[in-house]
Design a protein around this ligand. Structure first.
Ligand code: NDP
Ligand code: GDR
Length: 380
């Protein structure tokens, strides 16, 4: 296969997000022609995919971006008609669970009805036999868990406007598969992270804050429920599964997870340890804190400036959710048996990569600060 005769055409919604970036890389490596839908924003929002940019004036560019939005049917129909994709990966969503309590109607529109709009576009354009559809479903569907670990047959009990919207998207995907014979499937993905993770999700918030605290750019990290348990994998591993799910004989739904669970508190502990900081947790509920017990060099280099006795993590109840998902643990046996899929990257490796990446960018910020400019800081 050559660059001028691509084998397949893929359309990715949510191309500017974490998964969109890794999936674009994967599909381009496989020789696909990749089209992505990005939203208009007042600032550039393509940081994660800028390295994939191809001059649209070049002959046969293999990576093309289109303006669009999941809340705009006519726009989606037009793009799908123009692109005639073999595969659509619907990754776009208002994906922050806590924010969905603030914007429930918009979340339902984008995450729930947005999925319907794409499936209807496939039907209206007569692409039922040509276009395969992947829906980014989520472990949040299990919410108040009915079974441990959670697998494909575990009943759903969503606990946020986000999860309820995704429940609609899950079932409309199943329905269009059964009603119209569309190759449409749900990947029920458990949390997956990376250095490209949005800064307000808990893992990235932690790795970013620990790096900044280590370099003296920030004093304290404020978190919500540190006892929440999650099954965290690496986004790079998980996008491979998204592609695999569309390459089968028959469309089916799969749970994708590592099968290992840690608490938010443990994630903080692991992240701090990467920079040589040992923490002690004390207090309960809103009063819980983490204090530096000791600071040691890492690989011969003293990376953290904080001192024993410094309190660097506190609880801020503003980060509590009206209804919380306390525990999630996936059973990926079906994906292993049918797709031959197993996650390659472990949680310690994931934490290491994320901390290292955030440490390097905090170092750049501290140089800016040393030069007399105000370093950018926020704690969301
Ligand atoms: P991100 O939040 O990083 O990316 C979401 C993407 O959706 C961004 O490109 C965003 O654009 C785009 N988007 C948001 N609203 C709209 C809209 N109305 N119209 C068009 N595009 C929109 O999410 P992830 O990459 O982490 O996740 C990808 C998908 O997988 C999401 O659907 C998420 O809900 C789901 N999921 C994620 C899991 C995870 O742990 N990461 C686990 C399970 C499911 P912009 O850049 O402009 O904001
Ligand atoms: P989640 O991810 O809600 O599982 O959704 P997030 O990282 O936001 O929260 C994980 C857990 O950590 C607790 N927590 C905090 N969370 C945030 N964001 N900020 C905090 O300060 C904080 N303190 C504690 C949360 O309460 C929660 O229990 C992610 C998203 O990517 C969804 O789109 C996806 O569907 C699911 O993962 C699977």
């Amino acid at each position: 296969m050559t660059a001028t005769a691509p084998k397949k055409v893929a359309l990715i919604t949510g191309v500017t997000g974490q998964d969109g970036a890794y999936l674009s890389e994967l599909l381009l490596d496989k020789g696909y022609e990749v089209h992505g839908i990005k939203r208009r924003a007042s600032l550039f929002n393509t940081d994660r995919i800028d390295h994939l940019y191809q001059d649209p004036h070049a002959d046969h560019p293999r990576f093309t971006l289109h303006y669009g939005d999941l809340t705009d049917s006519t726009n989606l129909i037009r793009i799908i008609q123009q692109v005639q994709p073999d595969e659509i990966y619907n990754l776009a969503a208002m994906s922050h669970v806590a924010v969905s309590f603030e914007e429930p109607e918009y979340t339902a529109n984008a995450d729930g009805i947005g999925t319907l709009r794409i499936l209807e576009a496939i039907r209206i354009l007569g692409l039922q036999k040509k276009t395969r559809f992947y829906q980014a479903s989520t472990s949040e569907l299990y919410g108040l868990v009915q079974e441990i670990p959670q697998k494909e047959s575990t009943p759903f009990y969503p606990r946020s406007p986000y999860a309820v919207a995704k429940l609609y998207a899950y079932w409309i995907t199943v329905n269009y598969r059964e009603a119209y014979g569309i190759y449409a499937c749900n990947g029920v993905l458990f949390n997956h992270e990376s250095p490209l993770r949005g800064e307000t999700f808990v893992t990235r918030k932690i790795t970013r804050a620990i790096a900044r605290i280590a370099l003296g750019l920030q004093d304290c990290l404020y978190l919500g429920n540190m006892s929440a348990l999650r099954d965290w994998g690496h986004a790079k591993d998980y996008v491979e599964m998204q592609w695999l799910m569309l390459q089968q004989q028959q469309a089916e739904d799969f749970v994708i997870a590592t099968g290992v669970q840690y608490s938010v508190r443990q994630f903080v502990e692991f992240a701090a340890r990467e920079l040589g900081i040992t923490l002690v947790f004390s207090g309960e509920g809103d009063q819980e804190i983490a204090t530096v017990e000791k600071v040691a060099p890492v690989g011969g280099e003293l990376k953290a400036k904080c001192k024993p006795g410094d309190v660097i993590v506190r609880v801020d109840p503003r980060y509590y959710r009206p209804t919380e998902v306390e525990t999630l643990l996936g059973d990926p046996s079906k994906a292993k048996a049918k797709l031959g899929w197993v996650p390659k990257i472990t949680l310690p490796e994931l934490v290491k990569e994320m901390v290292e990446s955030d440490y390097q960018s905090a170092k750049r910020d501290s140089l800016v600060k040393l030069a007399g400019f105000r370093a950018y800081d926020y704690n969301e």
